[in-house]
Ligand binder design. Structure first.
Ligand code: C2G
Length: 151
């Protein structure tokens, strides 16, 4: 049984995450996802919309995911590979050649998969924020001046 491991925050789960998990699972038989805890996200300077428990439940509902474990620090990866008998660590290409993953090569394969363009948690937040702003602007009643000077 070929065992795969990947890491991430997986907040506001989107199609880029799903595609990564699907392709990672296709590289083996068993997929472990090390999910960043809320405390570790603070270290990564990320503030997830959903807390760890919610993000964990969402990942566990995905057919490609076999086990979700906590990612609590940068240093745990070698231990994770040993503890879960991992054959390959798989990450999106934004991590390509990162020392954080290259150090795992003596213990397992390290594979980077093309990142899905056009979608990201940050973009979702920005787009939703923009829509909300536009919506709010439309709801602000016109002033008397604007009414009298409407083009
Ligand atoms: N991803 C992707 N395509 C996107 C967005 C994300 O393939 N459009 C991939 C990322 O490359 C990563 C995984 O989905 O492999 C999870 O993405 P994030 O939740 O943003 O993970 P990140 O914050 O990069 O955390 O120790 C490693 C870190 O925990 C990785």
């Amino acid at each position: 049984m070929r065992r795969i491991l990947t890491y991430g925050t997986f907040d506001l789960l989107h199609y880029g995450h799903i595609r990564l998990l699907k392709r990672a699972k296709q590289l083996g038989d068993y997929l472990v996802v090390a999910l960043s805890t809320d405390e570790f996200n603070a270290i990564k300077n990320k503030k997830a919309y959903h807390n760890y428990e919610t993000r964990k439940k969402m990942l566990e509902a995905i057919r490609y995911v076999d086990l979700v474990i906590p990612e609590e620090n940068w240093e745990q990866k070698v231990n994770d590979v040993k503890k879960y008998f991992i054959d390959a660590v798989v990450m999106g290409s934004d991590w390509k050649d990162s020392e954080k993953f290259e150090i795992l090569r003596p213990y397992c394969d390290v594979i980077y998969l093309e990142r899905t363009e056009g979608v990201s948690t940050t973009k979702i937040k920005q787009d939703l924020g923009l829509q909300a702003t536009r919506k709010n602007v439309n709801q602000i009643p016109e002033t008397k001046f604007e009414r009298e000077h409407r083009k």
